[in-house]
Design a protein around this ligand. Structure first.
Ligand SMILES: *Cc1c(COP(=O)(O)O)cnc(C)c1O
Length: 494
């Protein structure tokens, strides 16, 4: 028997997880959720036994229970193999008295690979026997776009269109996208910020006339953003995996609670930690770390979400977000599935730019979540100190989380900081944080300099970019995104 998913904003439409994965977002604009994440969850003993891949099979099998065991096994085999350069997939390493969960050993050197190497596999299985072609539409603040392009490149029956904010991603991130291989990919730089791009992508999904025109070509739009259930669910695995690694190392005993500190943007990564907790993982606190775009910190402290604030461009650009989409799912679970409340709050956010949650909901939030923030100066100082004191090189996103974690009481609990990008992906900012001049140096010169200084090799997929040919240079207005997508569909699905 399969467990159905429905919108966070109503229970009118029930879909299987396969349908939810293909549709991306619910018809009423809400996000797909299932009512009880814990019901029927595998025993903790089973989730802690075996390998990363074993855990992935159990987690996916539980949360996507309309997939057969064979289908899940095939997806896991295709997604988590030699494409990750660590046999552990997501190894845990020490940093001072705490732990780093390294999520960046995949093909694009950012944590999004853990989900985006899996999502195309889940979509491939979900659309089996269905002649429709899928155009993946993704707004990216830097890392998702490349991870989506890499995951979907040349996957049969699919195409990918990626939009990133022009001038607001690193040199290396831009090149990673501009040089993407594959016959089914399209990349556009947007005149605007990430939120502009994400809002417009949501509007394109809601555009019924466009959907009808694409249907004539047998094309449906879907999302690879972290609002997709198929993105969220694979991320649950590594929380169990981190715990299992610490048990195996004798650092903790089964049943001990852990804290996780998560550098947060769209709230997908940390929400997966909440799912792990609901499924029985002993987690004390999930610490949400923000940069100068501190809308979530304020929300967690006060219960007021207010997007009417300046947008800051920071050195941790994947967290430069004012509307954190997956928070809607947390509101659903914290309100015990009160779709009417969620719909009202989201309506108010869209119309007025802010909302306030009821005090009971805020109390429940505080049972599992804490928060903190780091500005760019604090982030740089954390990178410098981690290198000088520990010989650990942090990327700016991970450094935000490390700074926040350092400000929290340990109280005898082991703590895991999620490390979300390889530092070489942000070579210039990391080099500057170590106190070296970067003026006049391009991304590759910074990479070389950083490598000389630290004696650490940059990942091959980043250093080889210097010889790769740039294929995409289109700059698109926010208003022009719809026709960009329609043109891409015509061209790629000719
Ligand atoms: C996307 C990203 C984040 C934020 O993750 P969310 O799931 O959006 O909260 C943090 N760090 C890096 C490097 C990222 O790419």
């Amino acid at each position: 028997m399969s467990t159905f998913y429905h919108s966070t904003r109503s229970r009118n439409e029930s879909v299987t997880s396969k349908q939810a994965i293909l549709e991306g977002i619910a018809a009423d604009g809400g996000l797909f959720v299932r009512d009880d994440v814990a019901l029927g969850a595998p025993a903790l003993d089973d989730l802690l036994a075996g390998t990363f891949q074993d855990r992935a099979r159990l987690v996916l099998g539980h949360l996507l229970d309309d997939f057969t065991a064979d289908e899940i096994a095939g997806c896991v085999k295709a997604a988590y193999g030699p494409n990750f350069d660590s046999p552990a997939v997501t190894p845990v390493t020490p940093v001072g008295a705490d732990w780093l969960l390294e999520l960046w050993h995949g093909p694009t050197s950012a944590f999004k690979d853990v989900a985006l190497q899996m999502l195309p596999q889940l979509m491939r299985v979900s659309r089996a026997g269905d002649g429709r072609r899928i155009m993946i539409l993704t707004a990216t603040s830097g890392d998702t776009g490349k991870a989506a392009l890499e995951g979907f490149a040349d996957v049969e029956g699919t195409g990918v269109s990626v939009f990133y904010p022009n001038g607001k991603v690193s040199d290396i991130q831009r090149l990673q996208m501009a040089t993407q291989r594959g016959a089914n990919v399209a990349v556009g730089a947007i005149e605007g910020n990430f939120d502009d791009a994400q809002s417009q992508v949501k509007r394109i999904f809601a555009n019924r006339e466009l959907a009808a025109r694409l249907a004539e070509r047998n094309v449906v739009l879907s999302s690879a953003n972290s609002i997709n259930v198929g993105r969220l669910v694979p991320q649950v695995t590594y929380y169990f995996d981190a715990y299992a690694q610490l048990v195996a190392a004798g650092t903790i005993t089964k049943g001990d609670k852990l804290d996780f500190c998560v550098p947060t943007g769209n709230f997908g990564d940390v929400l997966a930690g909440y799912f792990a907790k609901l499924m029985g993982l002993p987690v004390r606190t999930l610490v949400v770390a923000s940069n100068a775009n501190d809308v979530l910190t304020e929300f967690i402290e006060t219960g007021t979400y207010d997007r009417r604030r300046p947008f800051h461009k920071t050195i941790s650009p994947s967290m430069d977000i004012l509307v954190s989409s997956n928070l809607e799912r947390l509101l659903f679970y914290l309100s015990d599935g009160d779709c009417e409340l969620v719909a009202a709050l989201m309506g108010q956010l869209a119309d007025e730019g802010h909302y306030q949650v009821p005090s009971e909901l805020l109390e429940k939030l505080h049972e599992s979540f804490a928060c903190g923030k780091a500005d760019d100066a604090e982030t740089r100082e954390t990178i410098r100190a981690a290198w000088e004191d520990e010989h650990v090189l942090l990327d700016p996103h991970t450094a935000v989380a490390k700074h926040v974690l350092d400000g929290h009481a340990r109280d005898g609990v082991e703590r895991v900081c999620l490390s979300t990008a390889n530092p070489y992906k942000f070579s210039a900012d990391v080099l500057a944080a170590l106190g070296h001049a970067t003026e006049g140096l391009d991304g590759f010169a910074c990479m070389d300099r950083l490598s000389e200084l630290t004696g650490m090799e940059p990942p091959a997929q980043l250093s080889s970019l210097r010889n790769a040919e740039e294929r995409f240079s289109d700059v698109v207005t926010v208003g022009g995104m719809t026709s960009f997508v329609e043109d891409a569909c015509a061209r790629l699905f000719a």
